[in-house]
Design a binder for this molecule. Structure first.
Ligand code: SAH
Ligand code: SF4
Length: 350
Protein backbone atom coordinates (compact mmCIF):
# COMPACT_ATOMS: atom_id res chain seq x y z
CA UNK A 1 0.00 0.00 0.00
CA UNK A 2 1.66 3.18 -1.17
CA UNK A 3 0.05 6.23 0.40
CA UNK A 4 0.53 9.57 -1.34
CA UNK A 5 1.23 11.37 1.94
CA UNK A 6 4.04 9.03 2.89
CA UNK A 7 5.99 11.10 0.34
CA UNK A 8 6.59 14.84 0.20
CA UNK A 9 5.10 16.60 -2.86
CA UNK A 10 8.41 16.92 -4.78
CA UNK A 11 8.67 13.10 -4.73
CA UNK A 12 5.15 12.45 -6.04
CA UNK A 13 5.19 10.46 -9.27
CA UNK A 14 3.08 12.40 -11.79
CA UNK A 15 3.47 9.76 -14.47
CA UNK A 16 4.63 12.25 -17.10
CA UNK A 17 1.99 14.95 -16.44
CA UNK A 18 3.27 18.56 -16.52
CA UNK A 19 4.67 20.08 -13.33
CA UNK A 20 1.76 22.47 -12.68
CA UNK A 21 -0.36 19.39 -11.92
CA UNK A 22 1.74 18.89 -8.78
CA UNK A 23 0.56 22.22 -7.42
CA UNK A 24 -3.05 21.36 -8.23
CA UNK A 25 -2.66 18.05 -6.45
CA UNK A 26 -1.19 19.78 -3.38
CA UNK A 27 -4.18 22.13 -3.33
CA UNK A 28 -6.68 19.31 -3.59
CA UNK A 29 -5.05 17.39 -0.77
CA UNK A 30 -4.26 20.10 1.79
CA UNK A 31 -6.47 23.11 1.00
CA UNK A 32 -9.59 21.47 -0.40
CA UNK A 33 -9.10 18.26 1.60
CA UNK A 34 -10.36 15.99 -1.14
CA UNK A 35 -11.42 12.57 0.13
CA UNK A 36 -10.49 10.77 -3.10
CA UNK A 37 -8.56 11.29 -6.35
CA UNK A 38 -11.91 10.93 -8.09
CA UNK A 39 -13.13 14.12 -6.39
CA UNK A 40 -10.30 16.23 -7.89
CA UNK A 41 -12.50 17.47 -10.69
CA UNK A 42 -10.14 19.86 -12.49
CA UNK A 43 -7.63 17.05 -13.10
CA UNK A 44 -8.03 15.02 -16.30
CA UNK A 45 -9.87 11.75 -15.75
CA UNK A 46 -6.90 9.76 -17.09
CA UNK A 47 -4.56 11.40 -14.59
CA UNK A 48 -6.97 10.76 -11.71
CA UNK A 49 -7.19 7.11 -12.68
CA UNK A 50 -3.39 6.86 -12.93
CA UNK A 51 -3.02 8.40 -9.49
CA UNK A 52 -5.57 6.02 -8.03
CA UNK A 53 -3.71 3.08 -9.55
CA UNK A 54 -0.37 4.32 -8.21
CA UNK A 55 -1.33 5.69 -4.76
CA UNK A 56 -3.92 5.54 -2.04
CA UNK A 57 -5.11 8.73 -0.44
CA UNK A 58 -6.70 8.17 3.00
CA UNK A 59 -4.72 5.75 5.20
CA UNK A 60 -7.42 5.48 7.86
CA UNK A 61 -11.14 5.74 8.55
CA UNK A 62 -13.23 6.37 11.64
CA UNK A 63 -14.23 3.14 13.37
CA UNK A 64 -15.97 5.06 16.14
CA UNK A 65 -16.65 8.67 17.12
CA UNK A 66 -17.64 9.52 20.68
CA UNK A 67 -18.93 12.86 21.93
CA UNK A 68 -20.89 15.70 20.36
CA UNK A 69 -20.09 18.78 18.33
CA UNK A 70 -19.52 21.27 21.12
CA UNK A 71 -17.75 18.91 23.51
CA UNK A 72 -14.56 16.92 23.38
CA UNK A 73 -14.79 14.31 20.67
CA UNK A 74 -12.80 11.13 20.51
CA UNK A 75 -12.04 9.28 17.29
CA UNK A 76 -11.00 5.67 17.06
CA UNK A 77 -9.23 5.23 13.72
CA UNK A 78 -8.95 1.97 11.87
CA UNK A 79 -5.73 2.04 9.90
CA UNK A 80 -5.74 0.50 6.41
CA UNK A 81 -2.44 -1.19 7.25
CA UNK A 82 -4.15 -2.72 10.28
CA UNK A 83 -4.40 -1.67 13.95
CA UNK A 84 -6.27 1.10 15.72
CA UNK A 85 -5.16 4.48 17.05
CA UNK A 86 -6.98 7.43 18.60
CA UNK A 87 -7.25 11.20 18.31
CA UNK A 88 -9.13 13.61 20.56
CA UNK A 89 -10.70 16.82 19.23
CA UNK A 90 -10.92 19.61 21.78
CA UNK A 91 -13.17 22.55 20.81
CA UNK A 92 -12.03 26.17 21.06
CA UNK A 93 -12.43 27.91 24.42
CA UNK A 94 -11.68 24.78 26.40
CA UNK A 95 -9.02 24.67 29.11
CA UNK A 96 -5.78 23.42 27.68
CA UNK A 97 -2.53 23.58 29.64
CA UNK A 98 -4.50 25.54 32.20
CA UNK A 99 -5.49 28.28 29.74
CA UNK A 100 -8.55 28.86 27.65
CA UNK A 101 -7.42 28.03 24.17
CA UNK A 102 -9.12 30.08 21.43
CA UNK A 103 -8.12 27.36 19.01
CA UNK A 104 -9.54 24.03 17.97
CA UNK A 105 -7.04 21.41 19.06
CA UNK A 106 -6.43 17.86 17.94
CA UNK A 107 -4.53 15.43 20.13
CA UNK A 108 -2.72 13.09 17.73
CA UNK A 109 -1.17 9.62 18.02
CA UNK A 110 2.34 8.90 16.78
CA UNK A 111 2.69 5.13 17.22
CA UNK A 112 0.60 1.99 17.64
CA UNK A 113 1.21 1.14 21.30
CA UNK A 114 4.26 2.43 23.12
CA UNK A 115 7.56 0.89 24.11
CA UNK A 116 8.20 3.07 27.16
CA UNK A 117 5.97 1.26 29.61
CA UNK A 118 5.12 4.09 31.99
CA UNK A 119 3.30 2.35 34.83
CA UNK A 120 0.22 4.55 34.81
CA UNK A 121 -0.44 4.71 31.06
CA UNK A 122 -2.92 2.73 28.96
CA UNK A 123 -0.98 3.27 25.72
CA UNK A 124 1.96 1.16 26.82
CA UNK A 125 -0.04 -1.62 28.43
CA UNK A 126 0.19 -3.95 25.46
CA UNK A 127 3.68 -2.89 24.43
CA UNK A 128 4.84 -1.29 21.21
CA UNK A 129 3.58 -2.44 17.85
CA UNK A 130 4.82 -0.05 15.18
CA UNK A 131 5.52 3.53 14.16
CA UNK A 132 2.83 5.52 12.39
CA UNK A 133 3.89 6.64 8.93
CA UNK A 134 3.76 10.33 7.92
CA UNK A 135 0.48 9.70 6.04
CA UNK A 136 -1.06 8.06 9.11
CA UNK A 137 -0.10 11.05 11.26
CA UNK A 138 -1.37 13.69 8.79
CA UNK A 139 -4.40 11.52 7.97
CA UNK A 140 -5.71 11.86 11.54
CA UNK A 141 -5.93 15.63 11.07
CA UNK A 142 -7.46 15.52 7.58
CA UNK A 143 -10.12 12.99 8.60
CA UNK A 144 -10.95 14.79 11.85
CA UNK A 145 -11.38 18.06 9.92
CA UNK A 146 -13.61 16.34 7.39
CA UNK A 147 -15.82 14.83 10.08
CA UNK A 148 -15.91 18.00 12.20
CA UNK A 149 -16.41 20.20 9.13
CA UNK A 150 -14.08 22.82 10.58
CA UNK A 151 -10.41 23.72 10.63
CA UNK A 152 -8.01 22.40 13.26
CA UNK A 153 -5.46 25.06 14.16
CA UNK A 154 -3.66 23.61 17.16
CA UNK A 155 -2.00 20.22 17.55
CA UNK A 156 -0.67 18.30 20.50
CA UNK A 157 1.26 15.05 20.06
CA UNK A 158 -0.17 13.58 23.23
CA UNK A 159 -2.08 10.65 21.84
CA UNK A 160 -0.81 7.12 21.77
CA UNK A 161 2.93 6.55 21.48
CA UNK A 162 6.17 8.41 22.03
CA UNK A 163 6.50 10.90 19.17
CA UNK A 164 10.22 11.43 19.71
CA UNK A 165 10.85 7.70 19.21
CA UNK A 166 9.34 8.10 15.73
CA UNK A 167 11.40 11.20 14.98
CA UNK A 168 11.89 10.90 11.22
CA UNK A 169 8.25 10.22 10.36
CA UNK A 170 7.18 12.89 12.85
CA UNK A 171 9.37 15.49 11.17
CA UNK A 172 8.13 14.54 7.70
CA UNK A 173 4.53 14.82 8.92
CA UNK A 174 5.29 18.18 10.55
CA UNK A 175 6.68 19.47 7.26
CA UNK A 176 3.26 18.83 5.68
CA UNK A 177 1.42 20.17 8.72
CA UNK A 178 3.45 23.34 9.19
CA UNK A 179 4.23 24.42 5.61
CA UNK A 180 2.18 27.21 4.01
CA UNK A 181 1.44 24.87 1.08
CA UNK A 182 0.33 22.17 3.53
CA UNK A 183 -2.03 22.40 6.49
CA UNK A 184 -0.39 25.67 7.47
CA UNK A 185 -0.61 25.19 11.22
CA UNK A 186 1.98 27.46 12.84
CA UNK A 187 4.92 25.82 14.63
CA UNK A 188 3.97 27.62 17.85
CA UNK A 189 0.66 25.78 17.65
CA UNK A 190 2.26 22.36 17.43
CA UNK A 191 3.28 20.80 20.75
CA UNK A 192 5.36 17.67 21.00
CA UNK A 193 5.03 15.84 24.28
CA UNK A 194 7.82 13.49 25.30
CA UNK A 195 8.56 11.21 28.21
CA UNK A 196 12.08 12.62 28.07
CA UNK A 197 14.18 11.25 25.20
CA UNK A 198 17.26 13.40 25.75
CA UNK A 199 19.05 12.88 22.39
CA UNK A 200 15.89 13.77 20.44
CA UNK A 201 15.31 16.89 22.53
CA UNK A 202 18.80 17.90 21.41
CA UNK A 203 17.92 17.18 17.77
CA UNK A 204 14.71 19.16 18.03
CA UNK A 205 16.64 22.10 19.45
CA UNK A 206 18.88 22.05 16.36
CA UNK A 207 16.13 22.10 13.74
CA UNK A 208 14.77 25.48 12.68
CA UNK A 209 11.05 25.27 13.54
CA UNK A 210 9.70 26.89 16.71
CA UNK A 211 7.86 23.75 17.80
CA UNK A 212 6.61 23.70 21.37
CA UNK A 213 7.90 21.12 23.77
CA UNK A 214 6.07 19.55 26.69
CA UNK A 215 7.85 17.18 29.05
CA UNK A 216 5.99 14.39 30.83
CA UNK A 217 7.81 14.75 34.12
CA UNK A 218 5.45 13.13 36.64
CA UNK A 219 8.22 12.90 39.24
CA UNK A 220 10.77 15.46 40.41
CA UNK A 221 13.24 13.09 42.06
CA UNK A 222 14.89 10.10 40.37
CA UNK A 223 13.45 7.77 43.01
CA UNK A 224 9.86 8.74 42.27
CA UNK A 225 10.27 9.16 38.53
CA UNK A 226 12.13 5.86 37.97
CA UNK A 227 9.43 4.02 39.86
CA UNK A 228 6.72 5.02 37.42
CA UNK A 229 8.70 5.83 34.25
CA UNK A 230 11.37 3.27 33.25
CA UNK A 231 12.80 5.80 30.74
CA UNK A 232 14.18 7.73 33.74
CA UNK A 233 16.75 5.00 34.35
CA UNK A 234 18.22 5.76 30.96
CA UNK A 235 17.85 9.56 31.08
CA UNK A 236 17.70 10.64 34.72
CA UNK A 237 16.17 13.92 35.86
CA UNK A 238 19.46 15.90 35.85
CA UNK A 239 20.19 14.98 32.21
CA UNK A 240 16.63 15.70 31.19
CA UNK A 241 16.69 19.13 32.83
CA UNK A 242 19.97 19.98 31.06
CA UNK A 243 18.37 19.11 27.71
CA UNK A 244 15.27 21.18 28.59
CA UNK A 245 17.38 24.16 29.57
CA UNK A 246 19.27 24.03 26.26
CA UNK A 247 16.01 23.79 24.33
CA UNK A 248 14.40 26.66 26.22
CA UNK A 249 17.44 28.88 25.76
CA UNK A 250 17.94 28.11 22.06
CA UNK A 251 14.28 28.57 21.20
CA UNK A 252 13.61 31.33 23.73
CA UNK A 253 10.62 29.29 24.78
CA UNK A 254 8.71 28.52 27.95
CA UNK A 255 8.42 24.74 28.18
CA UNK A 256 5.58 22.89 29.83
CA UNK A 257 6.15 20.24 32.48
CA UNK A 258 3.24 17.86 32.62
CA UNK A 259 2.72 16.36 36.02
CA UNK A 260 0.02 13.75 36.59
CA UNK A 261 -0.91 13.59 40.24
CA UNK A 262 -1.20 10.02 41.49
CA UNK A 263 -2.22 9.36 45.06
CA UNK A 264 0.59 8.23 47.33
CA UNK A 265 3.04 8.04 44.43
CA UNK A 266 4.16 11.54 43.45
CA UNK A 267 1.98 13.89 45.51
CA UNK A 268 4.22 14.43 48.56
CA UNK A 269 5.13 18.00 49.65
CA UNK A 270 8.88 17.36 49.09
CA UNK A 271 8.17 16.41 45.51
CA UNK A 272 6.31 19.70 45.00
CA UNK A 273 9.22 21.72 46.34
CA UNK A 274 11.73 19.92 44.14
CA UNK A 275 9.42 20.29 41.12
CA UNK A 276 9.15 24.03 41.77
CA UNK A 277 12.93 24.26 41.85
CA UNK A 278 13.26 22.41 38.49
CA UNK A 279 10.59 24.57 36.90
CA UNK A 280 12.26 27.77 38.08
CA UNK A 281 15.61 26.62 36.73
CA UNK A 282 14.25 25.81 33.26
CA UNK A 283 11.66 28.59 33.41
CA UNK A 284 8.97 26.04 32.62
CA UNK A 285 5.34 26.22 33.62
CA UNK A 286 3.76 23.24 35.31
CA UNK A 287 0.53 21.66 34.20
CA UNK A 288 -0.94 19.50 36.94
CA UNK A 289 -3.21 16.74 35.69
CA UNK A 290 -5.33 14.77 38.15
CA UNK A 291 -4.79 11.13 37.19
CA UNK A 292 -7.42 9.47 35.01
CA UNK A 293 -8.15 5.97 36.20
CA UNK A 294 -7.20 3.24 33.73
CA UNK A 295 -9.08 -0.03 33.84
CA UNK A 296 -6.86 -2.75 35.24
CA UNK A 297 -4.38 -0.36 36.88
CA UNK A 298 -4.32 0.29 40.63
CA UNK A 299 -3.55 4.04 40.56
CA UNK A 300 -5.95 6.82 41.41
CA UNK A 301 -5.99 10.60 41.73
CA UNK A 302 -5.44 12.30 45.10
CA UNK A 303 -8.28 14.06 46.93
CA UNK A 304 -9.04 17.60 45.69
CA UNK A 305 -7.53 19.23 48.78
CA UNK A 306 -4.24 17.34 48.18
CA UNK A 307 -4.21 18.54 44.58
CA UNK A 308 -4.86 22.12 45.70
CA UNK A 309 -2.16 21.93 48.38
CA UNK A 310 0.34 20.60 45.82
CA UNK A 311 -0.49 23.45 43.44
CA UNK A 312 -0.18 26.02 46.25
CA UNK A 313 3.24 24.67 47.19
CA UNK A 314 4.39 25.07 43.60
CA UNK A 315 3.15 28.64 43.51
CA UNK A 316 4.78 29.29 46.89
CA UNK A 317 7.98 27.90 45.39
CA UNK A 318 7.83 30.61 42.72
CA UNK A 319 6.60 28.68 39.71
CA UNK A 320 3.61 29.00 37.43
CA UNK A 321 1.28 26.08 37.96
CA UNK A 322 -2.20 25.32 36.74
CA UNK A 323 -4.51 22.42 37.38
CA UNK A 324 -6.20 20.97 34.34
CA UNK A 325 -9.84 20.38 35.09
CA UNK A 326 -11.10 18.25 32.27
CA UNK A 327 -14.41 18.58 30.57
CA UNK A 328 -16.42 15.63 29.31
CA UNK A 329 -14.62 13.44 31.80
CA UNK A 330 -16.24 10.25 30.55
CA UNK A 331 -14.61 10.37 27.14
CA UNK A 332 -11.73 12.64 28.02
CA UNK A 333 -9.90 9.72 29.61
CA UNK A 334 -6.28 9.35 28.64
CA UNK A 335 -5.53 8.20 25.14
CA UNK A 336 -4.98 4.53 24.58
CA UNK A 337 -8.00 3.41 26.50
CA UNK A 338 -10.48 3.35 23.65
CA UNK A 339 -8.15 1.23 21.57
CA UNK A 340 -7.57 -1.11 24.46
CA UNK A 341 -11.29 -1.61 24.81
CA UNK A 342 -11.59 -2.25 21.07
CA UNK A 343 -8.76 -4.82 21.16
CA UNK A 344 -10.31 -6.61 24.10
CA UNK A 345 -13.75 -6.55 22.52
CA UNK A 346 -12.03 -8.15 19.50
CA UNK A 347 -10.48 -10.79 21.76
CA UNK A 348 -13.86 -11.65 23.14
CA UNK A 349 -15.42 -11.84 19.68
CA UNK A 350 -12.72 -14.28 18.47
N1 SAH B 1 4.59 9.61 24.98
C1 SAH B 1 4.42 11.00 25.14
C2 SAH B 1 3.13 11.53 24.56
C3 SAH B 1 1.88 10.73 24.82
S1 SAH B 1 1.28 10.64 26.48
C4 SAH B 1 4.56 11.39 26.57
O1 SAH B 1 4.61 10.53 27.43
O2 SAH B 1 4.67 12.59 26.82
C5 SAH B 1 0.47 12.20 26.67
C6 SAH B 1 0.30 12.58 28.14
O3 SAH B 1 -0.77 11.82 28.76
C7 SAH B 1 1.55 12.31 28.96
O4 SAH B 1 1.88 13.39 29.79
C8 SAH B 1 1.13 11.11 29.74
O5 SAH B 1 1.93 10.96 30.84
C9 SAH B 1 -0.33 11.41 30.03
N2 SAH B 1 -1.09 10.27 30.55
C10 SAH B 1 -0.90 8.97 30.32
N3 SAH B 1 -1.76 8.23 31.02
C11 SAH B 1 -2.52 9.09 31.74
C12 SAH B 1 -3.60 8.93 32.67
N4 SAH B 1 -4.06 7.73 32.99
N5 SAH B 1 -4.14 10.04 33.21
C13 SAH B 1 -3.70 11.27 32.87
N6 SAH B 1 -2.71 11.47 32.00
C14 SAH B 1 -2.11 10.40 31.44
FE1 SF4 C 1 4.42 5.89 26.24
FE2 SF4 C 1 3.94 8.44 26.92
FE3 SF4 C 1 2.34 6.44 27.82
FE4 SF4 C 1 4.83 6.67 28.73
S1 SF4 C 1 3.16 8.16 29.01
S2 SF4 C 1 3.85 4.74 28.07
S3 SF4 C 1 5.93 7.38 26.93
S4 SF4 C 1 2.61 7.10 25.70
Amino acid sequence: MDFLLDHLPPEWDLGGEPEYRRKQLVEWVFAKKAASFEAMTNLPAGFRAALAARYRLAPLSAARVQGAEDTTRKFLWKLDRGDFVESVLIPANTDLFGERSPRQTLCVSSQVGCAYGCQFCASGLEGWKRHLSPAEIVGQILEAERIAGSRIDNLVFMGMGEPMANYENLMQAIEMINSPWGLNIGARHITISTSGLVPQIGMLAEQPRQLRLAISLHGASDAVRSRIMPVNRKYPVAQLLDACETYARKKKQILTFEYILIEGVNDAPEEALLLARHARRVRAKVNLIPYNTVEGLPWKRPADRVIEAFAERLKGGGCTATVRHEKGHDIDAACGQLRLRELHAGDRAD
